[in-house]
Design a protein around this ligand. Structure first.
Ligand code: FES
Length: 174
């Protein structure tokens, strides 16, 4: 259910953010993000970093956008069973693809900790594994397991543990 960047042979999956330059590889360090903010990032594989063609493909690939959220220190959270180690400190990464009909969720409201989808107004609560709290979405936004590697970059440690997007995508094999 994930697309091009799925890690193979244990290689690193970096998170890249968009600087406006489509060729720039801006990798994310924890200090790049302020507490109480959200950043959209795109995973890509280590093997794509040194292969120019693969890199161009990866940079054009806008699939699987991920919402990286840095909570304010001390914010109480409820972790999802089996995903207790998916976050890195105050950093949490969720699929940006709404589980209702697949629109990109676009707004993180740091006062209420809610993630909002503009299409049909679903709301997800970031402090409780992005579970839906309002609107038609019935499933949490899948969480991506992350950590910081030896180089000081935020990286994914694996795949999403469940399908991203609406459940009918999986039924149709997308
Ligand atoms: Fe997000 Fe419908 S697609 S609420």
């Amino acid at each position: 259910w994930v697309t091009g960047w799925k890690p193979v042979n244990g290689e690193t999956v970096y998170l890249r953010y968009d600087t406006g330059d489509p060729h720039e590889i801006a990798l994310v360090r924890p200090e790049d993000q302020d507490p109480g903010s959200m950043m959209t990032v795109f995973p890509f594989r280590e093997s794509e970093r040194g292969d120019e063609e693969a890199l161009i493909r990866a940079l054009r690939r806008a699939d699987n956008p991920v919402m990286l959220i840095r909570l304010r220190p001390g914010t109480p959270v409820v972790l999802r069973e089996g995903q207790e180690d998916f976050h890195y400190g105050d950093y949490y990464a969720f699929s940006k693809i709404c589980t209702h009909l697949g629109c990109p969720t676009s707004l993180y409201e740091s006062q209420t900790q809610r993630i909002l989808c503009p299409c049909h107004q679903s709301q997800f609560i970031a402090t409780e594994y992005a579970k839906p709290v309002f609107g038609p979405a019935a499933r949490p936004l899948p969480q991506l397991p992350i950590t910081v590697n030896d180089e000081g970059y935020l990286v994914a440690t694996g795949d999403f543990p469940e399908a991203i997007g609406p459940s009918f995508w999986e039924i149709h094999g997308s």
